[in-house]
Design a binder for this molecule. Structure first.
Ligand SMILES: [Zn+2]
Length: 312
């Protein structure tokens, strides 16, 4: 049986908000079993809104994934949620002292570092999973995303296959396939940074958006090349970042997933459409707890290596 997990202790950091350019304090706190991941926006020492990390609270997916409730929003949640999902942390209270989660270096790795520094603690209740038993597909022109069951006897975890295709000499056509059972989220996914094109960055800044955006928190490409002095962290960093985003966006189903997600040219909008479609089609999945499922199954059950690593 695999148990729910939370942080061993509270931990915080300060970073820049990508869109506002303002300094934002982020506090991650341990939470009891069954709590889930909940975000709070704090202003002048007072909690102004409390929002569970669930798809029903998604209010905008145009630039990043933004959650909202009663007119108050918390933006750019996807990389932080990706880190919790990727490390198998189920219960945490997140305080965001500003309008958006800080962008850090544009990847999820600083959040992974923070979570590892706090440590992860096993709790007393079993984990519940959403296990896909049918397939759900959403499309938007040539973009599509499909979430379906793992093949029989495959690892009981989430696999993500991402395809991207950009008419740019550095990116071109890339695919990245990630399965929790054979590569670690920490090393292979969390370090992949978000990316943008110089002409987009100029347009955004002219329109008072992405004010905190810089070469410190994104890969920026001009017409021909990567503008960052240090270059890329992986040749296929772009496709890996799409996998990172998918982890964060699909975690808004509210449970860890067991299934295969294949995504073609998707962004936050289509990822959100997929989550909504899956939740609406309840016959496509079942809720299982690890104990119940193991009792009646001969399939091998593996979980992410990181999740099993008690060193966290
Ligand atoms: Zn991203």
């Amino acid at each position: 049986m695999f148990f729910q997990r939370t942080l061993k202790k509270e931990i915080s950091c300060v970073g820049i908000g990508l869109h506002s350019g303002a300094k934002v304090k982020l506090v991650l706190k341990p939470a009891p079993t069954g709590h889930g991941i909940i975000l709070q926006r704090v202003e002048a020492g007072r909690v102004v809104v409390t929002i569970p990390a669930l798809s029903e609270y998604v209010v905008d997916t145009s630039m990043a994934t933004t959650l909202g409730r009663g007119g108050k929003t918390i933006g750019t949640v996807e990389h932080l949620l990706s880190a919790f999902s990727g490390l198998g942390v189920d219960n945490v209270l997140i305080e965001v002292h500003g309008p958006e989660v800080p962008i850090m270096d544009g990847s999820a790795n600083p959040f992974v570092y923070l979570i590892k520094t706090a440590g992860v603690r096993r709790q007393v209740e079993a984990k519940s999973y959403m296990r896909m038993v049918g397939t759900v597909t959403v499309t938007d022109g040539d973009k599509w995303a499909r979430l379906g069951p793992q093949p029989p006897f495959a690892n009981a975890s989430l696999s993500i296959i991402s395809h991207i295709d950009f008419d740019h000499p550095v990116i071109g056509s890339q695919s990245y396939s990630f399965s929790f059972s054979d590569v670690s989220y920490d090393r292979q996914i969390s370090r992949a940074r978000t990316f943008g094109f110089l002409h987009e960055v100029e347009w955004l800044k002219a329109n008072n958006l992405a004010l905190g955006g810089s070469l410190d928190n994104a890969i920026v490409l001009d017409e021909f090349s990567v503008m960052n002095d240090d270059g890329l962290r992986f040749a296929d960093e772009f496709a890996r970042h799409k996998v990172l985003d998918c982890f964060g966006d699909v975690s808004l189903v509210g449970m860890p997933l067991i299934g295969v997600l294949e995504a073609n040219k998707t962004g936050h909008g289509l990822n959100h459409m997929l989550v909504q479609a899956v939740l609406a089609k309840s016959e496509s999945w079942e809720k299982v707890t690890t104990g119940e499922w193991l009792d009646g199954s001969t399939s091998s059950f593996t979980v992410p290596r990181l999740v099993m690593d008690e060193a966290y």
